[in-house]
Write a protein that binds this ligand. Structure first.
Ligand code: ATP
Length: 313
């Protein structure tokens, strides 16, 4: 079973407008409201790939109820820690070929809520069907920057594989706590650049030198995703360059999450390096070809899978 973690889920609202009129009323007909957050995107794609998925994180209020109802409709099992504080809305206004976003920060949580969530998470891990945990996205305000460190420590104690897709200080804390290790990290090139405080452009030798650094020691898989340029990957001491086919992207939002879903599914199936990378890239490409975030058309899976080119370097 794959457990996905979304610590700050949202109701994603899309307002398609012909034209956004500033300082006046804008009326919208075709509103769509969906369960959002990076971990929930991973859940949907992993479920589409046939994985047994359980979604967790912290959720609350009427928006929290809406998110859980959506997951029920999509037949995605969930076991969130419930807070009394309201989960957030994230609004995307689609107008004149632009996407203007209004993102709520979400609830401010307390130390007690962090402790209670960690107890909830720890008791979930008693289920020995769980083989992979996929942690995505940022932490809600109020939680300690070490929250992912604590979660990975619990997973490491149970020998459960962990995929971490986050950025900024929570990511740095995990990498610098060398007695705990995620199994896979999937930074995109700009997240890696921010971490390294250096503008990386995808040059193989430079990436190799970076990934040899002390903070990445003993992380089994490092997959640096690079959008239409595919990925650069390290598995133990092997390095790979992965090319994806040229496509006309419809919406790349959530492609990194679809990639994580591919990684989680392949990791659970104990796939070969080549299969894992091909699956991860195929799911990323397929998400890019859809308007919906965190959704793939499985009918095109084999077609794109065959077009992914892996070179060991
Ligand atoms: P997000 O934060 O939106 O989820 P990300 O920045 O984490 O995305 P990307 O590196 O943009 O992730 O994309 C992940 C994968 O999706 C890429 O490695 C590639 O396989 C696929 N992909 C993304 N954009 C494109 C594109 N324009 N053309 C082809 N493949 C793409």
């Amino acid at each position: 079973m794959i457990v996905t973690v979304t610590m700050n889920p949202s109701v994603d609202i899309s307002y398609p407008l012909g034209k956004l009129v500033i300082n006046d009323v804008n009326r919208v007909e075709n509103v769509s409201k969906t369960a959002g957050g990076k971990g929930l995107n991973v859940s949907r794609v992993a479920k589409q790939l046939g994985s047994n998925v359980l979604a967790t994180g912290i959720i609350g209020g009427t928006l929290g109820e809406f998110i859980q109802e959506q997951l029920d409709t999509q037949k995605i099992r969930h076991d969130f820690y419930q807070t009394t504080k309201e989960s957030r809305n994230c609004i995307a206004i689609l107008h004149e070929g632009n996407q203007t976003e209004v993102l709520e920060d979400g609830p401010i949580l307390s130390d007690q809520e962090e402790t209670d969530f960690l107890l909830h998470f720890s008791s979930m891990l008693m289920d020995d069907q769980i083989s992979v945990i996929s942690i995505s996205g940022s932490l809600p305000r109020g939680l300690s920057q070490d929250c992912y460190v604590k979660m990975i420590e619990l997973a490491n104690e149970k020998n459960i594989l962990v995929i971490l897709d986050t950025s900024g200080e929570p990511f740095r804390r995990v990498l610098e706590t060398t007695n705990i290790r995620p199994t896979v990290i999937k930074p995109n090139i700009s997240e890696l650049s921010a971490l390294e405080d250096k503008a990386l452009d995808g040059d193989w030798n430079e990436l190799k030198a970076v990934l040899e650094g002390q903070r990445y020691r003993d992380i089994e898989w490092i997959i640096v995703s690079m959008g239409s340029e595919g990925a650069f990957a390290k598995h133990h001491d092997k390095y790979y360059h992965v090319e994806v086919p040229g496509i006309t992207a419809i919406s790349p939002v959530g492609s990194g999450d679809a990639t994580v879903a591919g990684i989680a599914t392949a990791l659970e199936a104990r796939s070969t390096d080549e299969d894992l990378l091909k699956m991860a890239m195929t799911t990323g490409v397929l998400n890019t070809l859809e308007e919906r975030t965190g959704y793939i058309n499985c009918e095109n899976y084999d077609f794109y899978y065959e077009k992914i080119k892996i070179t060991q370097i």
